[in-house]
Design a protein around this ligand. Sequence first.
Ligand SMILES: [Cu+2]
Length: 478
Amino acid sequence: MKRRNFFGGAALSAVAIASVSRVAMAALPEPVLMGKPDTAPPLVPSTGRPYNPVVTLNSWTLPWRMNQNVKEFHLVAEPVVREIAPGMNATLWGYNGQSPGPTIEVVEGDRVRIFVTNKLPEHTTIHWHGQRLPNGMDGVGGLNQKQIPVGKTFVYEFIARRPGTFMYHPHADEMTQMAMGMMGFWVTHPKEKHPMIQEVQRDFCFLLNAYDVDPGSTTPMVNTMLDFNLWTWNSRAFPGIDSLNVRLGDQVRIRIGNLTMTNHPIHLHGHEFVVSGTDGGPTPAGSRWPEVTTDIAVGQMRQIDFLADEEGDWAFHCHKSHHTMNPMGHDVPTMIGVDHRGLVAKIQKLVPDYMVMGERGMADMGEMQMPIPDQTLPMMTGTGPYGPIEMGGMFTMVKVRKDQKPGDYSDPGWYQQPAGTQSFEWTGNLPEPARFKSEMASIDGQVPGLQGTPVAAVATPTTTLTVRKPGAGMHKGH
Ligand SMILES: [Cu+2]
């Protein structure tokens, strides 16, 4: 097949399909399927330009074949069963056996040919979010191309023109297909040293996604607009999300794409990072500043870089606290401070499984063994070396170890805090409160005439602030 077949102008997709079905169908790259939700080791390139491959959290990189200097990939859009966390499988749509689909990794300047076979019950397309490409390859069904009918294979072909981090997803019945999990990552490595892309020892990527799966069922509700109940990274919820394991002193990059319907402030403990890239490309050095949280808006990618120079198990999570929980009812009244004594025993005579939620906060939820429906995750879960972690959803850890081998991404287990470096229970006598004297000392000599006056007396406001509320009619006319 000659390249010009693919760039023949208006009849582009028709030509591509005809060519493929008549000539090349028999010679399509064998589709590679993945049966596990594990974090696959980096796929070190055996053909083409070398690069330092990424590791996709609880996912994998799609192998390619080199066909006369074209990297050929084969994506199969199909229904899949995805383990969200041990104990819960969801019926999703995805690519090549999993949701999200495999990461596609190429090098700036590569000519890429992607065969997309549609095994879904409805038509689809793929849009290559963020890429520079011919308009007819942009994948918006009805606008740039005909939809890919059920059972057919279409071809996308373009040159990966700029290095960066991109995403792919359908642009056909988009709300349904993305709510069902159809999405994937794309990384284009620079072809040579790039002034704005630093070399790193560890390079991770994952997508933020969300589902609305009723407790006890397996298929997401696709008409949900905002009220999702499963907040996931690469269609996994904690404790199903693998840790990001690095070696002390590694320069680390994490690429995070948001294909949910809300923003996620992603927060790393123990280190500062810079946002080194967006979907638009690497950020100039002058635009970078240290952060410990970066907000990732809908449809955005943020690439963060940091030096892993503190050993330990560092929490890494979305800072919206309801996104680090698994499904729960939000219509439960707050019961903190309500005394249930005596009530539970009475109710348990009638309903043996009855448990009180939230009388002393919600922490009991991390421990209790309340019966839950099959195919449902506990709301707050995951057990660490010191007990329940009380997290679900968008939570994992960055594990930094000095004895982690270069290139080894395996989980080193829990961190052992050196003696004397961990918070501990105070068991001695409580010392005399030093507060009064020290606070007096800070006042003495500073405020004339106040020596010896208790702080509380100084701080007592003598003026009452009066707020004039707008009365009826005051907001008319603006
Ligand atoms: Cu979030």
